[in-house]
Design a protein around this ligand. Structure first.
Ligand code: RBF
Length: 362
């Protein structure tokens, strides 16, 4: 619970001050006859602002493929819809930066502008922030991926089963670790950008659960960078783990992943990638890719919105069975980096998950 409080604290603290400033500016423009809630669009209507979508990036796109996939999916849906319907759908991507305390004020300003029929975003902290913005701008619609809130009439969310995603990452990390040092310490690494509830309650435990399915004695050496960009700190943490006997490290630290994978490669150790196929990032060093099809999700849900059929108020959870979580096992770089016996065991696990024989509810 401690980390949850800290996480909420970071998001909320300085935000209140900025929020007050933004609301002051926005109210001024409303009273002066400018934008504001009265112009907020709704799905399925033909108001001009429906033709504009904002993608709100809580951070920066560079180094965080989960955000790149989000923007790409929305842009592609808008382009396809525009050419099919013969009317232009504009997409504006706004990077809110790494100061989480500013996100609520920035999202409020976006809703207050009344310029966008839909605001699209992604990460587990967004639903609560959007809910608060929604209270002031109830007609502003939100499409939020990688997060969850149910029953809010203007918010749709879709969260991934990250227990599955982290479990398959832990499974391959343990298999490769045993291949590297059969008699060494049964410890795998995880470097995270920050602590947050989904990390603490789902990703980290499921990563360990997957490793323990290979060998009960595996434990996780968990380290936190403290931000989503510091590659130097990522390398430092990785090297410290490696000195302690860790052979394989899962990277969930945005731009800091670069430092982790570099440290692994320079010491002959291995890394596991999360969210996208990472084998090509450091061939031979990256030995697993537990992916999310976030671009596909963003494309499909944006398209539904444009067709007036996105079920606002609903919260969906999708995983391997629905085709949004996977492990990439057909990449030649994976075949080259990981021994046949380990790959066969990983493949057997994936078959059980895909068929539903093994259920990992999240
Ligand atoms: N993941 C990233 O790759 N880059 C980020 O900048 C980033 N920022 C985050 C900020 C917050 C407040 C939270 C809760 C998560 C963030 N994540 C980020 C993690 C992301 O939501 C997701 O859990 C991971 O990408 C693993 O799928």
């Amino acid at each position: 619970m401690k980390s949850e409080q800290r996480y909420k604290g970071v998001i909320c603290a300085a935000g209140r001050f900025l929020l007050a400033a933004v609301v002051f500016v926005v109210c001024g423009s409303v009273f002066a006859g400018g934008g504001g809630e009265a112009r907020g669009g709704a799905a399925g209507t033909s108001k001009p602002q429906d033709a504009s979508i904002a993608v709100f990036i809580p951070g920066l796109m560079s180094g965080s493929p989960i955000y790149e996939m989000l923007a790409n999916g929305v842009r592609k849906a808008a382009a396809d819809f525009s050419s099919a319907e013969g009317r232009e759908i504009k997409v504006n991507v706004i990077e809110a930066g790494y100061n989480q305390a500013e996100w609520e004020a920035k999202l409020t300003a976006l809703a207050a502008s009344g310029s966008y029929g839909l605001i699209v975003s992604s990460n587990p902290s967004l639903p609560v922030i959007a809910e608060s913005v929604s209270a002031k701008f109830p007609r502003q619609k939100f499409l939020l991926l990688d997060g969850e809130i149910e029953g809010r009439p203007s918010i749709y969310t879709m969260r991934y089963n990250q227990r599955e995603q982290a479990y398959i990452a832990g499974h391959i990390a343990a298999l490769v670790s045993l291949d590297l040092t059969a008699g060494g310490p049964k410890r795998i690494g995880l470097v995270a950008g920050q602590e947050y509830p989904v990390m603490d309650k789902t990703i980290r435990p499921a990563y360990e659960e997957g490793a323990k399915a290979v060998d009960q004695d595996f434990t996780v050496d968990f380290r936190v960078v403290g931000n989503w960009f510091d590659a130097g700190k990522g390398a430092e943490l990785a090297l410290d783990m490696i000195r302690g006997g860790v052979q394989v490290i899962l990277c969930i630290a945005g731009g800091a992943n670069e430092g982790v994978v570099k440290a692994a490669s320079e010491t002959g150790k291995k890394a596991v990638w999360f969210d996208i196929n990472g084998y090509g990032i450091m061939p031979g060093t990256v030995v697993g890719s537990a992916v999310l099809y976030q671009e596909k999700a963003a494309y499909e849900k944006t398209m539904l919105y444009l067709k007036g059929a996105l079920p606002f108020g609903k919260a969906e959870v999708v995983g391997i069975a629905q085709g949004y979580v996977e492990f990439v096992e057909d990449d030649p770089l994976y075949l080259a980096a990981v021994g046949e016996a380990a790959r066969a065991k990983q493949s057997a696990l994936l078959t059980r998950l895909r068929s539903g024989e093994l259920k990992l509810e999240d």
